[in-house]
Design a protein around this ligand. Structure first.
Ligand code: COI
Length: 355
C-alpha cells in the first residue's frame, strides 16, 4: 500500500457514540461520526476529505439516479483480544471494487484513496467497533456518477465515499429458500460478477415474491434451463455433499467472487473437505438429498458471514435439514470468527492492522 496522501480531517464536535450500546445491533442502521468523500472531476480525484457523517446535497438530474452507474463494497473491521483494530482482507475488496468500476465504465479509485482513506477513517472511528460476537464495524465504500445530464452516456464526474456502520448479523436465523425458476439475477456477459447497485435492486421483486410464499430468500439459477445454481440472496452458496464442499464457479461471470467465499474455500480444505468450484445442477442436489449425501447448505458473504439454510423449495420438492446434526457450517463459522476476533492465529495474513 502506498502512503503518499495526507487526507484532511474535519472532526465532529461531539461524538454520537455516547448513549449508544454496541450490542444487539441491526445490520446497517447506525453510522459512525465520520465519512470519507472524494470527487472525480476532469480526469482527476480531488477534494479528498474525512468529515462528519452528514447528508449530501445532490442535483435531481444527477446521472446515477437515472442510469445506475453505482457500485459498492462491503468490508468488516474487528478488534482483537488486545482491543487493537484490524480489517478483514481489505485489499481483496479494493481489487474487486475496481473490477466493478471497470465493468460499469467508471474510473478506478487509487489505493491511496480507497485503502489509506479506509484505514484513516476506521482509525478515527475505532471506538465504534463492536466487540461482542457476530458484531463488527461494517465498512461501505461506494461510488456513483454525478454528471447533471439526462443523456445516456458514462458520466464525466463521480463521487467516491466510505461510510461505517457498527452492525450485528445480517441473517440472524436459519433460512428457508425458494429455488427461483422464473426470474434471473445474472447472465453470462452481464454484470453479475460486479458489485453494481442495480444487481441488488433487480433482485428485489423476485425476493418479495418468495417472501409472499413464506420464504426468506431466493436461490438464483441459470437463465437458460433454471437448473444450475448461482447465488442465494446476497450470498455465495455452498453445498456439503459427502466429504465434498461444492460452490458454483466464477467462469461464466454470473457470480460475485466473494471474499468470504474465498476464505471459506481455504478453511473448508483445511478442515479436510475436498473443495470443488464448478457448475452444480439442481438434479445433482436433489439426488444427493434423496441418497442422504447432501449434509448441509449454507451461504457466505461479508454481511451474512456464514448463514445456515434449513430448507430449500424446488419445484414440488421440499428439502429439509436437521440443523442439530450439522458440523461443517458451524465449525467454519467458528473458525472464521476466531480469526477475525484474534482468538486464534491468523496464519493466512487476512487481518490487516489499522495503524
Ligand atoms: C455484503 O455482504 O457486504 C453485501 O454486499 C450484502 C449487502 C448488500 C447487505
Amino acid at each position: 500500500m502506498t502512503t503518499s496522501l495526507s487526507i484532511p480531517i474535519v472532526p465532529i464536535a461531539q461524538s454520537k457514540l455516547k448513549g449508544l450500546s454496541l450490542e444487539n445491533l441491526p445490520f446497517g442502521k447506525y453510522f459512525t461520526d465520520h465519512m470519507l468523500e472524494a470527487d472525480y472531476v476532469n480526469g482527476k480525484w480531488t477534494s479528498i476529505a474525512i468529515r462528519p457523517y452528514a447528508s449530501l446535497s445532490l442535483a435531481p438530474s444527477m446521472a446515477a439516479i437515472h442510469y445506475g452507474q453505482a457500485i459498492f463494497e462491503g468490508i468488516k473491521a474487528y478488534k482483537d483480544q488486545q482491543s487493537k483494530p484490524f480489517i478483514f482482507r481489505p485489499h481483496d475488496n479494493f481489487v474487486r471494487f475496481n473490477l466493478s468500476a471497470e465493468r460499469m465504465q467508471m474510473p478506478t479509485v487509487p489505493d491511496e484513496i480507497f485503502m489509506e482513506g479506509m484505514m484513516q477513517l476506521v482509525k478515527l472511528d475505532q471506538d465504534w467497533i463492536p466487540t461482542i460476537s457476530d458484531h463488527s464495524l461494517y465498512i461501505r465504500p461506494f461510488m456513483f456518477s454525478t454528471d447533471e445530464l439526462l443523456g445516456v452516456r458514462p458520466s464525466d464526474s463521480y463521487k467516491f465515499m466510505i461510510i461505517l456502520s457498527p452492525t450485528g448479523p445480517y441473517y440472524s436465523a436459519p433460512m428457508r429458500i425458494w429455488v427461483e425458476e422464473k426470474y434471473v439475477r445474472a447472465v453470462s456477459g452481464g454484470v453479475g460478477y460486479a458489485k453494481a447497485a442495480g444487481n441488488y435492486g433487480g433482485a428485489m421483486y423476485a425476493t418479495a415474491q418468495a417472501k409472499l410464499r413464506g420464504y426468506d430468500q431466493v436461490l438464483w439459477t441459470d437463465p437458460y434451463e433454471h437448473k444450475y445454481v448461482q447465488e442465494c440472496g446476497t450470498m455465495n452458496v455452498f453445498f456439503i455433499i459427502g466429504n465434498k464442499a461444492i460452490t458454483p464457479g466464477l467462469e461464466e461471470g454470473t457470480i460475485l467472487g466473494g471474499v468470504t467465499r474465498m476464505s471459506a474455500m481455504t478453511l473448508l480444505e483445511e478442515m479436510g473437505l475436498t473443495m470443488e468450484e464448478r457448475k452444480l445442477g439442481m438434479d445433482e442436489i436433489l439426488d444427493a438429498y434423496k441418497s442422504g449425501e447432501l449434509r448441509e447448505v449454507f451461504g457466505t458473504g461479508t454481511a451474512a458471514t456464514v448463514s445456515l439454510i434449513k430448507e430449500l423449495h424446488y419445484k414440488d420438492e421440499t428439502l429439509q435439514f436437521d440443523l442439530d446434526k450439522w458440523e461443517v457450517a458451524p465449525a467454519l463459522k467458528e473458525k472464521l470468527s476466531a480469526i477475525r476476533e484474534g482468538k486464534t492465529a491468523d496464519t493466512h495474513g487476512w487481518m490487516i492492522p489499522v495503524i
